[in-house]
Design a protein. Structure first.
Length: 324
């Protein structure tokens, strides 16, 4: 990714980096063996070049119900794994780690981004091929899983993705609960009929389910996906503060407890081995918050509508390409 003048910079370490480091430290022990590994890079066709030894991770928060208890599903009002349609990528973060491993850039990708989804095999009819077409970027994940999402993002950004990490609802909620909840401050009352979050303005300590509602809410302030990403970034900063204050990353026992909460729904690409993760963690452990930038892709239209797709966001044709 090229150096750029960001539209918005938040100098705080993302939970994405926390997750990578946690996985890496656990690579030494038995927990790493329980990580689900998937073939995320199959049949991608022509891919962007890799110009340096810098690393690019795609971190995806999936809305899969896998791992949720019946009570958690009821509280979230999302249905069960059986009743839900194909999982979608609820949150997407492109994490770029410099070749010297002393800087990181984290880019939030709006899930309603209008993109061209490449030609792919039908998820319903395996003998049929679906032609390339415009669609929302999170549909790529629903239709073709990690490989199609990676191919779509690589085509749109020109960035070659080296590794893939995915975490589901249950893992996210478990991580928050293992930390004893996360404190957030809302500037206004929230009453979102879709995420079912009702919360007054002010400071609140959220448990795992409440935190899921908070980072998913988007239909109460007119800001849609942009407002949701701002709350996600705020929440990431709060997670970092909590992890740091409780010494989780420096305490093997607490670290294992923290990551065990997520292990049931964490998936990584099959090429990401324990040795790679451990090396990365050692390289990142002294990474300061001032060396981390959190950005959002510059948008051309945050309230566009496309027939058959509904509400979408479009990337700025000049500023967005210069980000990568």
């Amino acid at each position: 990714m090229k150096a750029t003048r960001p539209i918005r910079i938040i100098t705080s370490l993302s939970v994405a980096i926390v997750a990578i480091s946690a996985i890496a430290w656990l690579g030494l022990g038995q927990v790493s063996g329980a990580i689900n590994r998937i073939d995320a890079f199959s049949n991608l066709g022509k891919r962007p070049d890799k110009p340096s030894t810098a690393l690019n991770y795609l971190l995806v928060g999936s809305d899969t119900r896998e791992g949720l208890t019946k009570e958690q599903s009821k509280l979230l009002r999302v249905g069960t794994t059986k009743s839900a349609a194909g999982a979608r990528s609820d949150t997407m973060l492109l994490v770029h780690i410099s070749k010297s491993r002393d800087k990181a850039t984290i880019i939030s990708i709006p899930r309603d981004s209008l993109v061209t989804i490449p030609e792919h095999q039908s998820s319903l009819y395996k003998d049929r091929t679906v032609g390339a077409a415009k669609g929302k970027i999170n549909a790529a994940f629903a239709w073709g899983g990690a490989p199609l999402l990676i191919q779509t993002i690589e085509n749109e950004t020109g960035v070659r993705i080296d590794h893939y990490i995915e975490i589901g609802f249950a893992g996210f909620a478990g991580m928050v609960d293992s930390l004893g909840g996360i404190e957030v401050c809302s500037k206004r009352d929230i009453n979102d009929p879709n995420s079912h979050l009702v919360m007054s303005a002010g400071v609140h300590t959220l448990d795992g389910i409440e935190a899921l509602k908070y980072v998913r809410t988007r239909d109460f302030d007119g800001m849609g996906d942009l407002g949701r990403m701002q709350r996600q970034q705020q929440f990431m900063s709060a997670v970092l503060r909590k992890v740091t204050s409780t010494g989780v990353l420096l305490n093997p026992v607490k670290l294992i407890s923290f990551f065990n909460a997520a292990i049931a729904t964490v998936k990584t690409d099959s090429q990401l081995n324990s040795s790679d993760l451990l090396t990365l963690a050692k390289q990142l452990k002294n990474l300061s918050a001032s060396k981390v930038r959190t950005l959002t892709i510059p948008l051309g239209n945050a309230n566009a509508r496309v027939a058959g797709l509904g509400s979408v966001v479009t990337w700025d044709k000049v500023l967005a390409p210069d980000l990568f």
